[in-house]
Design a protein around this ligand. Sequence first.
Ligand SMILES: *[C@@H]1O[C@H](CO)[C@@H](O)[C@H](O)[C@H]1NC(C)=O
Length: 399
Amino acid sequence: MKLFGYTISTLLHVLFVLSFSISGMVSSLGINYGQVANNLPPPATVLSLMTSVRLTKARIYDTNPQVLTTFANSGVELIVTVENNMLVTLMNPQQALQWVTSHIKPYYPATNITGISVGNEVFTDGDTSLTNYVVPAMVSVHAALVQLGLSSFIQVFSPTSAGVLQESYPPSAGAFKPELTGVLTQFLRFLQTTNSPFWVNAYPYFAYKDDPTRIQLDYVLFNPNAGMVDPYTKLHYDNMLYAQVDAVIFALWRLGHGGLDVRVSETGWPSMGDTNEIGATVQNAATYNKNLLTRQMAHEGTPLRPNNRLEVYVFALFNEDLKPGPTSERHYGLFQPDGTMAYNVGLTSLANHEHSSKPSTSISLTSSASKETFKGYQCLVYWMYVVLLAFQVLMRRPT
Ligand SMILES: *[C@@H]1O[C@H](CO)[C@@H](O)[C@H](O)[C@H]1NC(C)=O
């Protein structure tokens, strides 16, 4: 029976993942902690929520001192952001030094800031002058980190939207927009020199929404499907996210920087949308994020780099009620502002109850399991988690 097969494979999967976890090798899924809302809980509550679902990597869209202070000594790695409107100022090396001195240095290393995102999606922003500001600003911020002795701990980069691609299908045809070649050449040279990754915000949802009759929903949702074979590389793709990432790798290669590490700074799926936003449903959002999580836990890489676990930050932690634009924009969150789940992604089912600041995952799972009605196989899987996580906690006791 299929259900039975699924149960066994899931259990093996959990065992596999936990064996990594026990040996201290687990790399968590990242989460984007956006705060364009007027109803979010305070950072301390957010930290408890993240800890309770074992999210240990987050990206924020500013350098909010409250967040930076709260996340000190938490074990959470943080990527912070220079807002787009600051780029013009930070081109000036002296201003950049001042900025790093006041916005980063006081918090590090207690707060584990691992990266500074200098702007976000600057190459596709309506303000085209940002394109000229971004590389000089990155250079200045990096120089400031060097001067303060922080450059070997904190990377400097700038996440781009997938809109920088002119071609993305098939992946081997991946190429950047020709009008960006000049600035991207400098940009990529900076990343290469400073050993920084190329981060891309990739949303298969947008592609599906724009062409729901031709694009197969299962392909964009990571569900079982025939997928596609790239006619040039002969690589098989069973989901669009990996195809988009490999298209970026090919685009980088065409500009002479095929060796850069490519990571996903944002991906996600809205749980609600306007009537013309096809596919923005709770069920699709849950499926997308759940399937993505499963693949992350299996340490999957893309077909082009199968042994290189794809680093992914999900968008987003919360629904953000003040985001402008279509309804979908306000519904990317895994959580409602009150800390309840927007939908169940699987691993996070424990978040529904009172948050404890201790990562006592086994207890959380037990009590949440008793509250919710699971189907049989889910129940079994969750109880396996309880037992195995308890075991893990015991193994981790400091000696
Ligand atoms: C901060 O994160 C980095 C990258 O994962 C890790 O190597 C380092 O040990 C962390 N530092 C602290 C103080 O936890």
